[in-house]
Design a protein around this ligand. Structure first.
Ligand SMILES: O=P(O)(O)OC[C@H]1O[C@](O)(CO)[C@@H](O)[C@@H]1O
Length: 501
C-alpha cells in the first residue's frame, strides 16, 4: 500500500470490535442504513467516524462524483475498450437515448415472450438456456432465487463445455417441448457454440421437425446469430455497451422473464433502478454501495486481507456467491490503473463463500480461529422462502446473527488456548425484507455499484477483462496445432490425454 491517503487511514487508531458499542452509544445508527427493502449493517466492522471521513476524502481525491456522473451519462468510461457501461439504462436510468433503446428492446423481448406463451413455437414446457459467465450466472441466480414464487417453465441453465452438463439437462427434457435460448454477447464463445450445436443435434436426433425454429438468440451480435442459423424474428439483441457480467437486465434475462413472468422481471428492474437512483443521488456519507466499498478498501488495501467471504443465510440466494465471484473478480482483479500504470497496492480480494448454516459446519472453523483475517458478509431475509414450520427460519436467522456476534466478541480461555476465540473479526449483515424480485434487483444493483465504487477508489477500469483471453488463445492453438512448441509438461498432458479423446 503506497497511496498516502491509505497510509493516513492505516495510521488512524483501529478499534477493538468488542468494545466499539460501549465506546459509542450511537454506533448502530451511524453504521446502519436502510435503503428500500434492504438494511445494511456495518457496525460490526472496524469502520469508525474517523476512517469514514478519511475515506470520504479519498473518494473526493479519486473524483468519485465525476466518474459516477460520467457512468450514468453513458460516457465511454471503459477506456481500454472505448465504450460506455450502460447496464443502468436497462433499468431505465441513465443516458436518455440508451434508455429508450433498452425500452424498445425490452418491448421486443416481451412480444416474443407473449408469442411463446401463445404457443407460436408449439407447446413449450422446458427452457434450455445455454450460455457461460455473465450469460449464465445472472439468469441462473434470478431463476433459482425466485422460482419458488411459481415458475411457469422448467428451466435448465447449461454453461460448462463438459458434455455431462448438457446431457444431464436434456435427459430430463422432452425435445418436442423444449425451447433453446442461446445466450452469448459475442455469439462466438467456444463453450456456448459447442453446447448449442449439440442441443440442435439432440433435437434433430429426436425427430423434431424444425430444430432451428426452437432457438432464441440473446446477443449483442445479431449478425453472428443469423449466420449461425437463427431467424431474425427470434433474435433478442442488447447493446454492446452492456457488459457480459452486467447483462442479466437485458435480453440475457430472457429465461427469468419467461419463467417468472414479465411482471416479476419488471419488478426486478424497478428494484435495481431504485438502487441506481440511491447510488447516483445520495450523499456519499449515506451511500450504501460507496460505504460498502470503503469497508472493502479498508480490509483489502489497508489491512491486506486477501479474501472476503459471503454467506447467504437463505437457500434462495445459494447462487449469490458464485455470481459475485464473476462480478467482483472479473471486474476488479486487475494490476494496472486506467492509464496502464502499475496499481499502488492490492486490488480485488478473492470472493468466496457459501450458504448458512451449511458453511458453519465446514469452513467457519478457519473464520473463528484461523490465522487469516477474513471480512465476512451475511445476507439474510426476514421472511422465509417456505411454508414449513417457522422454527426453520428462526433457527436459520438465530445462527446467522450468532455467527456475527461470535466473530466480533470471541471468547477467552487461558486454560486451553485451543478453545479460545480471538474475536475482533469483522462482519457486515445485509438484511432483506424478503427475497422478492424488487429486493433481489436492488441487491444485485448494490453489488454492481459497490464494485464500480471500489474500482474508482483504486483508479482502475472495472469494465474490461483481458485476463481471460490468453487461456482462450492457447486452447485454440492446442486445438489447431496440437502439442507442438509447448513446454514438456503441457506436451506430455496433451499427448497422454488428447491422444485418447
Ligand atoms: O456472452 P459471451 O460473449 O458468450 O461471453 C461469456 C463470458 O465470457 C467472458 O468474456 C469471459 O471469458 C465473460 O466476460 C462473459 O460473461
Amino acid at each position: 500500500m503506497s497511496s498516502p491517503a491509505l497510509e493516513a487511514i492505516a495510521a488512524l487508531p483501529q478499534p477493538e470490535l468488542k468494545s466499539v458499542f460501549a465506546a459509542d452509544p450511537n454506533r448502530l445508527s451511524k453504521f446502519t442504513l436502510t435503503q428500500g427493502p434492504l438494511r445494511f449493517d456495518w457496525s460490526k466492522t472496524h469502520l469508525t467516524s474517523e476512517t469514514l471521513d478519511a475515506f470520504l476524502e479519498l473518494a473526493k481525491d479519486m473524483d468519485f462524483a465525476r466518474w459516477r456522473d460520467a457512468f450514468f451519462a453513458g460516457e465511454p468510461i471503459n477506456g481500454s475498450e472505448g465504450r460506455a457501461a450502460e447496464h443502468p439504462a436497462e433499468r431505465g436510468e441513465g443516458n436518455a437515448e440508451s434508455v429508450s433503446r433498452a425500452k424498445m428492446l425490452h418491448a421486443r423481448m416481451r412480444a416474443l415472450i407473449d408469442a411463446i406463451e401463445g404457443e407460436a413455437l408449439g407447446p413449450i414446457r422446458h427452457i434450455l438456456h445455454i450460455g457461460i459467465g455473465g450469460s449464465a450466472l445472472g439468469p441462473d441466480l434470478i431463476v433459482d432465487a425466485l422460482e419458488g414464487n411459481g415458475a411457469r417453465y422448467d428451466v435448465a441453465i447449461v454453461s460448462n463445455v463438459d458434455g455431462t452438463a448438457l446431457e444431464r439437462a436434456i435427459s430430463r427434457f422432452d425435445p418436442e417441448a423444449t425451447l433453446i435460448a442461446v445466450a452469448s454477447k459475442t455469439f462466438t464463445t467456444t463453450e456456448t457454440m459447442l453446447n448449442a450445436a449439440s442441443a440442435i443435434n439432440w433435437l434433430v436426433e429426436a425427430g423434431v421437425e424444425d430444430p432451428y425454429g426452437k432457438v432464441i438468440a440473446l446477443t449483442a451480435s445479431p449478425d453472428k446469430a443469423i449466420e449461425w442459423g437463427v431467424d431474425e424474428t427470434r433474435i433478442l439483441p442488447f447493446a454492446e455497451s452492456v457488459g457480459g457480467r452486467y447483462s442479466l437486465w437485458s435480453s440475457i434475462g430472457f429465461p427469468a422473464a419467461l419463467a417468472l413472468g414479465w411482471d416479476a422481471f419488471e419488478s426486478l428492474l424497478e428494484g435495481a433502478a431504485a438502487m441506481d437512483r440511491h447510488f447516483r443521488l445520495s450523499d456519499p456519507a449515506q451511500n450504501a454501495p460507496l460505504i460498502a466499498a470503503f469497508v472493502d478498501q479498508y480490509y483489502t488495501r489497508v489491512l491486506g486481507c486477501q479474501t472476503r467471504a459471503l454467506f447467504a443465510y437463505d437457500e434462495r440466494l445459494r447462487l449469490l456467491p458464485s455470481y459475485l465471484q464473476q462480478l467482483e473478480m472479473e471486474s476488479n482483479g486487475k494490476s494496472v490503473t486506467r492509464d496502464g500504470k502499475p496499481v499502488d497496492g492490492p486490488t480485488a480480494p478473492i470472493t468466496w463463500g457459501g450458504v448458512g448454516t451449511d458453511a458453519q459446519h465446514a469452513v467457519f472453523q478457519l473464520l473463528h480461529q484461523g490465522t487469516i483475517l477474513t471480512p465476512v458478509e451475511f445476507v439474510a431475509s426476514i421472511e422465509p422462502g417456505h411454508a414449513l414450520d417457522p422454527a426453520h427460519h428462526r433457527a436459520l436467522l438465530v445462527n446467522c446473527f450468532a455467527q456475527g456476534a461470535a466473530l466480533m466478541r470471541g471468547k477467552e480461555n487461558e486454560a486451553d488456548p485451543a478453545r479460545a476465540y480471538p474475536g475482533n473479526r469483522p462482519s457486515t449483515t445485509i438484511l432483506l425484507n424478503d427475497v422478492t424480485p424488487d429486493a433481489l434487483g436492488a441487491l444485485i444493483a448494490f453489488y454492481e455499484h459497490r464494485t464500480f465504487a471500489n474500482a474508482v477508489l483504486m483508479g482502475i477500469n472495472p469494465f474490461d477483462q483481458f485476463g481471460v483471453e490468453l487461456g482462450k488463445e492457447i486452447a485454440k492453438s492446442i486445438e489447431t496445432e496440437g502439442a507442438k512448441g509447448f513446454d514438456p509438461s503441457t506436451m506430455a498432458l496433451i499427448d497422454l490425454a488428447l491422444g485418447v479423446v
